[in-house]
Ligand binder design. Structure first.
Ligand code: IMP
Ligand code: MG
Length: 179
């Protein structure tokens, strides 16, 4: 385990999902998604920045034609508690109308970011709209769009595999709990 040198600090308490466990689950999610969309044009939309590693692995585990795009969202307000109001700094320029849209999210905590984003994306007239989240803390009220979930996460602050704490730790190949 190379948590110390790669993380550059002693802040990580324990590995919660190791790289092999994540890879196996992402492959399964890819198979589930491949089966779930037998026809129609599919666009994966990654919510930056947290989803960038998950999206890269997931896209390669899906065996059907697809397009990839991103959204960049910023929560209004200050501090660590999200206000629930989401401002989009970038949204796909390509047409979403008539396509299957699968929003790819790193982790669902309060679910506010997601609720706001799904409203915004639905207004663009997709053929279907669903969410694939690697982790769900199951704190949020369940949204009908949440169709694919990698793991039910413990109610802890997690970092690695795209997830950050103050922009650190995103590059860790495993997911760890902050100490
Ligand atoms: P929500 O709107 O409260 O669901 O916030 C979701 C966003 O908060 C995620 O996309 C993450 O960027 C961030 N977040 C929530 N929980 C964690 C965590 O445990 N570790 C790192 N980021 C988190
Ligand atoms: Mg974040």
């Amino acid at each position: 385990m190379f948590a110390e040198p790669r993380a550059g600090g002693g802040d990580l308490r324990a590995v919660v999902y190791d790289a092999g466990t994540i890879a196996a689950r992402v492959r399964e999610l890819g198979r589930e998604i491949t089966r779930a969309y037998p026809e129609g044009e599919l666009t994966l939309i990654g919510l930056l920045k947290g989803s960038f590693i998950f999206l890269a692995d997931l896209a390669r585990a899906i065996e059907r034609p697809l397009a990839v795009d991103f959204v960049v969202a910023s929560s209004y307000g200050t501090g660590t508690v999200s206000s629930g109001e989401v401002r989009l700094l970038y949204e796909p320029a390509a047409q979403l109308a008539g396509r299957h849209i699968l929003l790819v999210e790193d982790i669902i905590d309060s679910g506010r970011t997601l609720a706001s984003l799904t409203d915004r994306l639905r207004s663009r007239g997709p053929r279907s709209l669903a969410v694939c989240a690697l982790l769900d803390k199951r704190i949020a009220p369940p949204l009908p769009e949440i169709r694919f979930v990698g793991f039910t996460a413990p109610p802890k602050f997690l970092v690695g595999y795209g997830l950050d704490h103050a922009e650190e730790f995103r590059h860790l190949p495993y997911i760890a709990e902050m100490g």
